[in-house]
Design a protein around this ligand. Structure first.
Ligand code: BDR
Ligand code: CA
Length: 312
């Protein structure tokens, strides 16, 4: 079983991914770390505790992550129009008591990877600020990671924040660019494939009454469905974060392409991810040559992925 830490900004599709992971024997969840993105970091932490309560897994540690971006900027916006002010579709659940781990998310990750080199898989479902901090603070971190699966980017398709940019990379472009410059052990799952992975409105409604997980997810997804109806004119929702979990569970259902990535930190396209797919380029130094090649998902067996996720 893979030892998995989920770094997350819950978030409705984050909630789906975390609960589906809890129902998946392929992974042993050994921690949740939190970050801003869909909500501010304290709300992300609160929601992480809520997910653990629903799953009856309150012994899993929660380490709270960064409140500022990698460049030190205080967050002053979140995706409340997608996920609700509370991150869970404005269901406004009562607070869940939970004791945070005494370490920051970055320190928590650094210690785990030091203790168990090559063993830890991290699934990053929000801006990758905590990962960038861990790589910056401990130069051996990137090398000793087992695997890092990142939900983010829009490589050969439009973004979802604006035509150039996907939300997680837009949330902290400096962090994303840093991470892609520091580790080769990365699989990236962007909108190129997650826009093929959906649950329909009736599939979501059908979850009601199917156990605690189903009923909870069906309640929080009503808001998310409305957002998709209004923004995309579709009676279905994108299951971005669950699709990234599917990479951890069933990597062979995806088609991969190796390449170097840069994330733009300036201009109207700030947050845009660009991948180099060419095998060889002129051998004069330029701002891509020193980048490790990572794996980017370019196609998916969406039917199989979504059916398996829905079942879980
Ligand atoms: C990503 O942004 C967030 O809204 C979702 O939770 C997902 O991680 C999709 O762009
Ligand atoms: Ca997310």
């Amino acid at each position: 079983r893979k030892k998995l830490v989920i770094d997350t900004d819950p978030g409705i599709d984050d909630g789906m991914a975390v609960l589906i992971a809890m129902n998946s024997e392929e992974v042993d969840i050994i921690g949740l770390t939190t970050v801003f993105g869909n909500v501010y970091t304290p709300t992300a932490t609160r929601n992480a505790f809520k997910l653990l309560e629903i799953a009856g897994r309150t012994q899993i540690p929660v380490a709270e992550g960064a409140q500022r971006t990698f460049a030190g900027i205080e967050k002053d916006w979140v995706a409340d129009f997608v996920h609700g002010d509370d991150g869970f579709g404005n269901m406004n659940f009562p607070d869940v008591k939970g004791e945070k781990d005494s370490r920051s998310a970055a320190d928590f990750l650094i210690e785990l990877v030091r203790e168990q080199p090559g063993e830890i898989c991290i699934l990053a479902l929000g801006p990758v600020t905590n990962l960038a901090l861990a790589m910056q603070q401990d130069p051996s971190f990137a090398r000793n990671l087992g695997e890092l699966v990142i939900l983010g980017g829009a490589f050969f398709v439009n973004g979802n924040v604006n035509p150039a940019t996907e939300a997680n990379f837009f949330g902290d472009p400096e962090a994303a660019d840093f991470v892609f410059g520091h580790s080769a052990k990365i699989k990236v799952v962007g909108l190129d494939v997650t826009h093929s992975c959906t649950f329909t409105g009736s599939e979501l409604k059908g979850l009601h009454g199917k156990g605690r997980f189903g009923t909870f997810l069906s309640s929080i997804t009503a808001f998310y469905l409305k957002y998709h109806q209004d923004s995309y004119d579709m009676d279905a929702v994108y299951v971005h974060d669950p699709a990234a979990l599917a990479v951890v569970l069933w990597p062979s259902l995806f088609t991969w392409r190796p390449g170097q990535i840069r994330v733009l930190t300036e201009s109207v396209a700030r947050g845009m991810s660009v991948m180099d797919t060419q095998l060889k380029r002129w051998n004069r130094p330029h701002p891509w040559t020193d980048r490790p090649k990572v794996q980017v998902a370019v196609a998916v067996n969406a039917q199989e992925v979504t059916q398996r996720l829905l079942q879980r």
